[in-house]
Design a protein around this ligand. Structure first.
Ligand code: ADP
Ligand code: MG
Length: 226
């Protein structure tokens, strides 16, 4: 049994627009370190809401998240922001690259946030882009890249600060099947070669096929597959 890198205790998050909807309802789960975990379920079941709680992008109404035994609830906003920058990487469905920055600059950005020397950041960003197969695209801006290439830049960016955990929300949801396979192969490669931990949110069972562990969501509740 692999040790958990992250766990949650009875997380709750509701939205009220007239009626109150529990997007995340009493969710207790654990994420094994060095493994790929998939969180699957139909649209609207609460996957993105759960991911923003796991990523510290949003606060729960009750419950807590622990990353390497650090409680989010005990952290100030600044403390949580620091934890996000140093320990977490994010990959989104629509890539979210900065449009006026080159691929290289996009990957350097998270390193500049934590004060990595520019020459070191440039060397690491170049190496990461080479590893995702984009060594020849360093000075392209996002508009000059295909969707699959943009997502590979986003993966390199997510890995920039060697995070403990990478959280990806529908990372292949906007890609053709070839690019989807490229992206899944990269997750597997970084997991196998570097022991990188991933949490992949998806409504696609074929993405879940690369996972070591699957958590199924339905109406805000999560059940861990045994
Ligand atoms: P999924 O990612 O699985 O498609 P979400 O987490 O985006 O699901 O949404 C779960 C539920 O919470 C949905 O019913 C959605 O309409 C609702 N919801 C999500 N975000 C908000 C919000 N900011 N305000 C109101 N309702 C929201
Ligand atoms: Mg979603």
């Amino acid at each position: 049994m692999t040790e958990a890198i992250m766990r949650t205790e009875r997380l709750n998050k509701a939205f009220s627009l007239g009626e109150t909807i529990y997007a995340v309802s009493d969710v207790s789960l654990s994420i094994p370190g060095g493994r790929i975990t998939a969180i699957v379920g139909p649209s609207g079941c609460g996957k993105s809401t759960l991911l923003s709680l796991l990523g510290g992008l949003d606060r729960p109404m009750s419950g807590d998240v622990f990353l390497e035994n650090q409680s989010y609830r005990s952290l100030s906003e600044d403390g949580l922001a620091l934890l996000r920058r140093r320990k977490l990487g994010y990959v989104f469905q629509f890539f979210n690259l900065i449009p006026h920055l080159t691929a290289l600059e996009n990957v350097m950005l998270p390193m500049s946030f934590i004060g990595v020397k520019r020459s070191d950041a440039k060397a690491r960003a170049t190496e990461l882009l080479e590893r995702v197969g984009l060594g020849k695209r360093l000075s392209h801006v996002p508009l000059q890249l295909s969707g699959g290439e943009q997502q590979r830049v986003a993966i390199a960016r997510a890995l920039a600060n060697s995070p403990a955990l990478i959280l990806a929300d529908e990372p292949t949801g906007n890609l053709d099947s070839k690019s989807r396979n490229d992206v899944l192969n990269l997750f597997e490669k970084f997991n196998q070669e570097n022991g990188q931990t991933f949490v992949l949110i998806t409504h696609d069972d074929s993405v879940a096929a690369i996972a070591h562990k699957t958590i199924r969501m339905s109406d805000g509740q999560a059940v861990e597959d045994q």
